[in-house]
Design a protein around this ligand. Structure first.
Ligand code: SF4
Length: 226
């Protein structure tokens, strides 16, 4: 089976296993951007706690932009690297304010996909994953963000070999229109079954499609082979 057909089969099996995803609650794109910046190199739980504390301490983005950086850092301490992240968030807010005259990313709706990505990538500290999350979840654009779970699961599935940029390699394999659902379901699989250590391959709905899973089921760690 070629990689594109395998990705289509993965999407189908995950939908059968988990059911269709519920559309996430709409969120302003700037909120998504800040939350995704907070998610870099930290757990979802720490990110959510830090984001909630930030919004409680500073109810508007104007307040965050004009606050002392130390006060912003204190609010997001739980996410780790808080001084660096606070400065980055403020840099992004200042750039949006200076360039657009308002703290909103709604103008991206009027740009082409390429121009919107280019603009987001020009922001300090914003990479493809963050830009694609904003465009996929904030604007319903057909981008496929690859986080650490998706990178690991798709590598085990033999959809890429761990070299190069997974965004460029995986996006062409995703069935059109399946970007959001597949993104969320691969992350769920990565958290629940295809964990970094000791993946639960015998329970996995993708076992029949997965070279790594088949190998580990045939030769589980610790089993002697003669
Ligand atoms: S079969 Fe195992 S390695 Fe393959 S995707 Fe499932 S849990 Fe991950």
């Amino acid at each position: 089976m070629n990689p594109k057909d395998r990705m289509t089969a993965v999407a189908r099996r995950l939908r059968t296993h988990y059911g269709p995803v519920r559309p996430p609650r709409p969120e302003p794109p700037l909120d998504l951007l800040v939350r995704t910046i907070l998610s870099q190199h930290t757990s979802d739980r720490n990110r959510d706690a830090a984001y909630a504390q930030l919004r409680e301490a500073f109810p508007t983005w104007d307040w965050v932009a004009t606050a002392r950086t130390k006060a912003v850092a204190d609010a997001i301490r739980g996410a780790g690297l808080h001084h660096q992240r606070a400065a980055r968030i403020q840099d992004v807010l200042h750039r949006v304010q200076d360039e657009r005259g308002t703290l909103s990313l709604d103008f991206l709706a009027k740009l082409s996909d390429d121009r919107a990505v280019e603009w987001l990538l020009s922001l300090p500290g914003v990479g493809k994953k963050t830009a694609y999350v904003v465009l996929l979840f904030g604007f319903g654009r057909p981008f496929f963000p690859v986080d650490t779970h998706i990178a690991r699961v798709t590598q085990r599935l033999g959809l890429w070999d761990g070299r190069g940029d997974p965004h460029n390699l995986l996006a062409p394999l995703v069935p059109p229109g399946a970007e959001l659902e597949l993104h969320l379901q691969l992350i769920r699989l990565g958290r629940e079954l295809c964990r970094p250590r000791a993946p639960r391959c015998p329970d996995c709905p993708l076992l029949g499609l997965c070279p790594s899973g088949k190998q580990s089921v045939q030769s589980p760690p610790g089993k002697e082979t003669r």
